[in-house]
Design a protein around this ligand. Structure first.
Ligand code: MG
Length: 184
């Protein structure tokens, strides 16, 4: 029987010659998938940037939508953020298609208030930016600005995870601006 060759290393542990460099953000397929899935579910990076602008504009006079969208982009560069987003969106889609096992199927499709895993997943995004991210997330969870309000409303789609993921990304991007700008 043929012994399968090890994929990444030669005997002695040396790497095979070949493309070893990290992909740049633009070429990163997981990042592209994340942005595309968000768009397919009706959320653009500009939508999220608008929420960031609304949170932070009172504190920074010169803040622009471009800077907010840029901050959203830097948050989405992070691998743990990409994983959180695709996990949550996949669960939303499977619930919509009735493909999850019970009791998860009913819990997610009804967006049961005692099911807090959608918030926990989103907190894995804000955690990267410390307590400011956490405070912003708590605020967005209450006031549901911009596209979050639309996702939260009744419609044909299930956005149990997505509304929190968008709030998480916006909260993190807003915290990132606070950290990089400090007190203007
Ligand atoms: Mg939710």
């Amino acid at each position: 029987m043929a012994v399968p060759e090890k994929a990444a290393t030669r005997p002695g542990g040396r790497r095979r010659p070949g493309p070893a460099r990290r992909p740049r953000p633009g070429e990163d397929r997981l990042r592209e998938t994340t942005v595309r899935w968000l768009a397919d579910r009706g959320v653009s990076l500009e939508d999220i940037g608008n929420i960031v602008l609304e949170i932070q504009a009172p504190f920074y006079d010169s803040l622009t939508l471009n800077e907010c969208v840029e901050s959203v982009n830097r948050v989405i560069d992070k691998r743990e953020v990409q994983h959180a987003v695709i996990t949550g969106i996949a669960l939303d889609i499977l619930a919509e298609q009735g493909k999850l096992p019970e009791p998860l199927q009913g819990t997610i499709i009804r967006d049961d208030s005692l099911f807090g895993i959608d918030e926990v997943l989103a907190l894995s995004i804000t955690n990267v930016y410390g307590s400011i991210g956490l405070t912003n997330f708590g605020y967005l969870d209450k006031v549901k600005l911009g596209v979050i309000a639309r996702l939260n409303g009744r419609g044909p789609h299930c956005h149990t995870f997505l509304d929190d993921l968008v709030a998480g990304i916006a909260a993190a991007a807003a915290a990132r601006i606070a950290h990089t700008r400090g007190h203007d």
